[in-house]
Design a protein around this ligand. Structure first.
Ligand SMILES: Nc1ncnc2c1ncn2[C@@H]1O[C@H](COP(=O)(O)OP(=O)(O)OP(=O)(O)O)[C@@H](O)[C@H]1O
Ligand SMILES: [Mg+2]
Length: 234
């Protein structure tokens, strides 16, 4: 981005069977990192490898396996939710009879069933987010999931369903990377954390590993504060 570097020295790997949480203050570079991984913006330096495919050189193969849901979604306003989900399933080669079952299953899980015949353009923010999440889940697993603030727009029931499903997908071998500001969620959901601050990684590891880096912190929130500018005095 001109002379401003949004993200520096970042080396991260997400393996099948783990949920990694990308956390950091506003403007830390989380969205930029996820957009680079999803292949939306090209890094000036460095590479992104997805299932062995380089995202800039073999974009189609890499993007095929990535399930990306952006922070501010907008898409296919003129399709009905059901049409959108059917369309996605078709692109990913899910047989029609199976697509019908998968759409019903994930619409139910994400409380989208009443909106299946609504136009995507008329949905509330949270229901649009649910629609895009369902659009990833109707595809055949395992997934390489890249979700930017997936919990943010969801109500408590939606958040609960999503967390439960992500854990199930992880246990079935998907590789999951999510960004979130909700540290209680991150703490309960993620196996590992990457803490970003001003475009740099300032800490990473499991809760225990982070605890070793910040011995005075009692929880992820205090580690986060400690690593991103210090814990404010009371
Ligand atoms: N398209 C762009 N052009 C120029 N600068 C950008 C662009 N997108 C992001 N930035 C800058 O890159 C930095 C990181 O932004 P980014 O959106 O990645 O942060 P974030 O960690 O996702 O923040 P938030 O928690 O608010 O979502 C910011 O300084 C931002 O202003
Ligand atoms: Mg962001």
């Amino acid at each position: 981005f001109g002379t401003n570097v949004a993200v520096r020295r970042l080396n991260l790997a997400v393996h099948p069977g783990e949920i990694v949480g990308l956390v950091g203050p506003n403007g830390a570079g989380k969205t930029t990192t996820l957009r680079i991984i999803a292949g939306i913006i090209r890094p000036t330096r460095g590479r992104v490898i997805v299932n062995g495919h380089d995202i800039t050189r073999h974009g189609i193969e890499a993007k095929r396996v990535i399930g990306y849901v952006p922070e501010r979604p907008s898409c296919y306003e003129n399709l009905k939710v059901r049409e959108y989900l059917t369309f996605v399933a078709k692109i990913y080669g899910v047989p029609t009879h199976e697509a019908v079952l998968r759409i019903a299953e994930y619409a139910d899980m994400l409380q989208l069933t009443p909106f299946l015949d609504a136009y995507v353009g008329t949905l509330s923010k949270g229901n649009l987010q649910r629609t895009l999440l369902a659009g990833v889940f109707v595809r055949p697993p395992p997934y390489v999931i890249v979700f930017d603030e997936p919990i943010y727009g969801l109500d408590p029931r939606g958040a609960w369903s999503l967390k439960k499903h992500l854990k199930k997908l992880r246990d079935q071998g998907s590789a999951i990377l999510i960004s979130t500001h909700i540290l209680e969620v991150a703490e309960g959901l993620c196996d590992r954390f990457i803490i970003m601050h001003e475009g740099d990684v300032v800490g990473q590891g499991t809760l225990e590993e982070l605890r070793a880096q910040c011995p005075d912190a009692r929880n992820l929130e205090e580690m986060f504060l400690d690593l991103t500018g210090g814990i404010p005095a009371e």
